[in-house]
Write a protein that binds this ligand. Structure first.
Ligand SMILES: [Zn+2]
Length: 233
């Protein structure tokens, strides 16, 4: 899929007013009434609030280590005219996120969606993680396999893997796994230790494990094998 390429223009003052309205509506309306409001707004293709890209990067990465925030501050982050969707496009090294995510999925969800896409950017632009991607995610695959027997001691992670991640079928691949872990696990202690050590530099600024950069055989590209290695032993 080609990247969208037309940035949605927003006037600052109505956008800020829309932010107040949206935050208020999310707080006071019952879920049914909020869903009804969203359907009426969509009849007019209305976006109450669209966070400008640079501000969304800051909000999505609140609490992440300074190195991660500094890297992502360089990411071109665009908003475009659509109700939902978006992604990271490696060829342009940029993120496009639909303008409707705040209005139609919520102010919390937009930060999570942005965070996920930003960790695709990290994977592609951080030299050490990019090197692992270059060898087929060999180290990431090996820490996942090593963790398999430990998963039952980490119930939040286990439930996320089995109840959420693996349910995505073909989408449950190693690239998506990479972006999902820092987005969904802000406390590395909720992860099996080998996986925690791999992601901790991104989650809480811990140092890289000493063996992080050592050569490993290429990870191959077998989706079924990756998914089997994720399932609790
Ligand atoms: Zn993704």
């Amino acid at each position: 899929m080609p990247a969208p390429h037309v940035e949605l223009a927003r006037a600052a003052v109505p956008n800020e007013m829309g932010h107040v309205v949206l935050a208020f509506a999310e707080r006071v309306l019952a879920p049914r009434d909020l869903a009804g409001l969203r359907e009426r707004l969509w009849l007019g293709r209305t976006y109450l609030y669209v966070t400008p890209g640079p501000r969304l990067i800051e909000r999505a990465l609140e609490g992440f280590p300074p190195e991660v925030r500094a890297l992502c501050a360089r990411c071109p982050f665009h908003r475009y005219d659509a109700r939902g969707g978006g992604g990271f496009w490696p060829d342009g090294n940029e993120i496009w996120l639909a303008a409707g995510v705040e209005t139609y999925e919520g102010l919390r969800q937009v930060r999570l969606s942005a965070c996920h896409e930003l960790f695709h950017f990290v994977c592609w632009n951080h030299p050490r993680y990019r090197a692992d991607e270059g060898r087929g995610f060999a180290r990431l695959r090996s820490v996942v396999a090593e963790s398999r027997a430990l998963v039952d001691a980490f119930p939040r992670y286990r439930d996320w893997v089995t109840g959420s991640f693996l349910r995505q079928g073909d989408h449950a691949n190693v690239v998506e796994y990479f972006a999902d872990i820092p987005t969904n696990f802000r406390d590395a202690h909720q992860l099996p230790p080998p996986i925690a050590a791999h992601f901790a530099p991104l989650i809480d600024g811990s140092p890289f494990p000493s063996e992080f950069d050592t050569a490993l055989a290429d990870g191959g590209n077998d989706l079924a094998a990756f998914q089997r290695s994720l399932a609790p032993a």
